[in-house]
Structure formats: C-alpha cells, structure tokens
Design a protein around this ligand. Structure first.
Ligand SMILES: Cc1cc2nc3c(=O)[nH]c(=O)nc-3n(C[C@H](O)[C@H](O)[C@H](O)COP(=O)(O)OP(=O)(O)OC[C@H]3O[C@@H](n4cnc5c(N)ncnc54)[C@H](O)[C@@H]3O)c2cc1C
Length: 428
C-alpha cells in the first residue's frame, strides 16, 4: 500500500517520537511542510525516569504521554503507529512492518538505542535493562516476585539468594538502579513481610572498569560509591561478567547467586543505519555531518542515540536526552528556515546543560563541566529539573506530589506484580 502526499508541500517523515524526533517535529509544527511522525509506540516515553517505574516509585502512565496529544495542535503533523523496517533512499520511501510505504522529501531518523549484551543476546531475557515500559514492568515484577518467593522459602540460603539483586554496569543506569533497589528493600518492603527481613537484602553492583560513573570526574565517582555503600550496596570493581544464568551471575573472579539480575551496561544504536547502508561505528551509530545529514545520502538526517555526532574537540557526543533534544530542535529550526528562504542547514553545536545521576534519597551528582555538585542540593536540583523536563505532561503535578509523598513516608505506591510476569515466575 502506498500513502501519497496530497499536494506540493514538502513531505518530512520523522521516524521515532523520542526526545530527538519530537523536538524536531515541534519546530516544524505550523509550517507549510507535511510532517509525518512514525513510531512503534503510541506514546513518548520519558526514559530517564524509567528506573523509578522499575522500582515501584512511579507508575508507567506517569512518564509516558500519547504522541497524538503532544502534537495534536499542529494540523500539518500526522502520526502513524507502525514499525519502520526499511528505507529506499533512491526511491525516497520508508517501508513499515505491515507493508505500508511512505514517500518523503526529507527523512529524519531518530530511533534511539538499546542495550548491548556484548555478543550475548541470550542474556537479555535473564537480565533485562530499563529501556522501555515493558522492561521496567518486567524488572519491577521480578524484584517483587523474588521477595514474595523469599517469604515462602524455608531454607535461609534460598531466602538470601532470592533477596539478592545483581546489577551489571556501573554507569548512571546501574548506579540509579542500585540506589533505588536498596531503598525499595530497606524502606518500602521492610514493612510488608512477616517471615523475611527485606532490610537484609543484598544489592551488588558489578562494574568491569576501575570506577563507577566513569564519564564523571573522579571526585563524583568516589562520592557516588560512598553514597551507595552507605545504602548497603556492595560495589564490585574491575570484574567483568562472564556468564549469566537463571540464578545469578559469574564474574572472572566470583559467583554471585541472585534472584534478580538487572542489566545497565553498553549501548547499541537502533538498526536504522543498516536500512540505509550508511557508514556506522562499532556501536552501530550512523556517521553524520555537522548539519546532522547522513554522510553521502541526500535528504536523510539522523540524530540522538542512533547518530554519531562529534563535539568541537572531535569526541563523540554522549547518548543523552539533552543531546537528542538539542539536535532535534536544531534540525527542525534549520529545516523550517530552509523551507521558507532556502538558507542552507546550519551546523549543530551542543551546549552542555549538565550531566547527572541520582544515587538515592538526598544523594545525586551533577557535572556541568566547569562546576561539580553533589549531595542534597544536587538531589533537589535533579528533582526540580526532571519535573520541569516533563513539560507538556499532564502528570507533572502528580509526579511532584508522588515524590513528595514518597519522600515523607518512604512509601512506593506502585508495588504491583503484573499478571503476565506472575504466571511465568511464581511457583504453582
Ligand atoms: C535508564 C536510562 C536512564 C537515562 N537517564 C538519562 C538522564 O538522566 N539524562 C539524559 O540526558 N539522558 C538519559 N538517558 C539517555 C536518554 O534516554 C537517551 O539519550 C534518549 O532517550 C535518546 O533520545 P532519542 O530521541 O535518540 O531516542 P529515544 O528517546 O529512545 O526515542 C526513540 C523512539 O524511536 C522509536 N523507534 C525505534 N525504532 C523504531 C522503528 N523501527 N520504527 C518506529 N519507531 C521506532 C521508539 O519507539 C522511540 O519512541 C537515559 C537512558 C536510560 C536507558
């Protein structure tokens, strides 16, 4: 089936309504372009708060919002729910999984990334990482089911195994997960059970390198490690995971039996680059020029996690929401200008708004490059900024109130085991 454009207006297809794709679409709202957003989900997801869904602090609806709702006010923007499978750059068409073909004059690829299991795709089922709402729900269910099973177990060794959570990867995702799981066990779950004491839960963070948060300055890494250890997290450094199975992980030096294993290690770009036959780096990112156009392929642009963009010093820009958002907004503005007066697309320049990771109640780190911040004030700043970044979300007030409530009461209201996970994991 072919969907044709209606007139002579330039057709811009944006694949992916994550941070980058949505920022681009918003800048093109109200222009003469006919913009089509294609996403395999009908919602935009605020990925940085996924770990809070995974650890029962927030509900899925708190961090997701329908794409149609966000761009509904722009009559020149269409939304299609579908998964892109191929691009024919010569014919300028995009093909969806159901066979639909969309013609384009300009194509923006903003399809994000996924976790890389370092050549072990079989680990994905054993050790989910928080990348989608389904992942977060799966992790939450596994964590909660493990404690339920520990409550029923008679053997103390089995109880301890079930109350152990191993988290692989000491980057921001692993650190945030470790802090949040520790708080879930020590505070919220501690009051729920009769036979086990969840405060005895073991949380182990395993990092292959010599320090956690390696992208942050050393002082912030050290602070994060101390803050995690204060929460009772065991931090293991310089040990790569060599195998994962249903009852734990093995590193080069030791075995860690665990009821739940969570992945927070490497990042792999979406397969968008392979649709184009474009130049890719080892992580599958598409090589782009300064104006975000794909090298050697006319009319196609890539941004966010799926693109390899360089900073002024020639180093790759990190896979961060702020990079994707700035690139999307820049490309949208450039295309808008180009459509109205033919001006060539401007080169993109990244402005670092600060890199952050939260370690738990009262503890976070912020790195602005020229200034570093840690502790309570960094935590407060993190909370304010993240609520502010939920802009356009009806639930901004709800999330703020929920955090405030959780802060005062230590409560985690979303402690729900969803039925799909329960039927597979709970013993009959
Ligand atoms: C747990 C976690 C915590 C993070 N915390 C932070 C943080 O605190 N601060 C920060 O700056 N960054 C953070 N990041 C990184 C940040 O989330 C990403 O850099 C950002 O989401 C990238 O934006 P994007 O637009 O490239 O892709 P995404 O936001 O991932 O959006 C990609 C979109 O493309 C869609 N899509 C993918 N493939 C297809 C297809 N074939 N067809 C149709 N649609 C498709 C997806 O459904 C999705 O909607 C975090 C990441 C993770 C995983």
């Amino acid at each position: 089936m072919a969907v044709a454009g209606t007139g002579n207006e330039p057709r811009i297809v944006i694949v992916g309504a994550g941070f980058g794709g949505l920022a681009c679409a918003r800048e093109l709202g109200g222009t003469k372009a006919k913009v089509t957003i294609v996403d395999r989900q009908n919602y935009h997801l605020f990925v940085p708060l996924l770990y809070q869904v995974a650890t029962a602090a927030l509900s899925p609806a708190d961090i997701a919002r329908p794409i149609r709702r966000i761009v509904g006010k722009f009559t020149n923007i269409d939304v299609i729910l579908g998964e892109v499978r191929a691009v024919d750059a010569a014919q300028r068409t995009v093909r969806l999984a159901d066979g639909t073909e969309l013609g384009y004059d300009r194509l923006v690829l903003a399809t994000g990334s996924d976790y890389s299991y370092f050549g072990h795709p079989e680990w994905a089922a054993l050790a989910p990482g928080p990348r989608s709402l389904e992942d977060a729900r799966r992790i939450r269910s596994r964590l909660l089911i493990s404690f339920e099973r520990a409550e029923m177990a008679r053997d103390p060794a089995e109880q301890q195994l079930l109350m152990t959570t191993a988290i692989v990867g000491g980057g921001p995702t692993g650190v945030e997960m470790a802090g949040a799981v520790a708080e879930l066990a020590r505070y919220a779950l501690a009051r729920d059970f009769r036979r086990i004491d969840p405060r005895r839960a073991r949380i182990v963070l395993i990092e292959a390198g010599p320090r956690i948060l390696s992208a942050f300055p050393l002082s912030l890494s050290d602070y994060a490690r101390t803050a995690l250890e204060r929460l009772g997290v065991t931090v293991i450094l310089n040990e790569a995971v060599v195998s994962i199975d249903a009852s734990g992980v093995t590193t080069a030096r030791q075995r860690i039996d665990a009821g739940t294993v969570i992945w927070g290690a490497g990042v792999q770009a979406s397969p968008a680059g392979s649709w184009l036959g474009a130049v890719l780096d080892r992580a599958g990112r598409i090589s782009i020029d300064a104006d975000l156009s794909v090298k050697g392929i006319e009319g196609v642009y890539a941004l966010g996690d799926t693109a390899l963009a360089m900073d002024a010093a020639g180093s790759p820009l990190p896979a961060l929401a702020q990079v994707a958002t700035q690139q999307g907004a820049h490309l949208g503005r450039s295309l808008r200008e180009h459509l109205s007066n033919g001006r060539p697309l401007a080169p993109f320049q990244f402005r670092n708004r600060g890199n952050t990771a939260i370690i738990g109640r009262h503890a976070a780190v912020f790195d602005f490059g020229w200034w570093q911040l840690k502790g309570r004030f960094a935590w407060l700043l993190w909370a304010i900024i993240h609520v502010y970044l939920l802009v356009g979300f009806d639930n901004r007030l709800r999330v703020s109130l929920q955090w405030l409530w959780a802060y005062i009461t230590y409560e985690r209201g979303a402690r729900l085991i969803m039925s799909d996970a329960r039927s597979k994991a709970l013993p009959e």
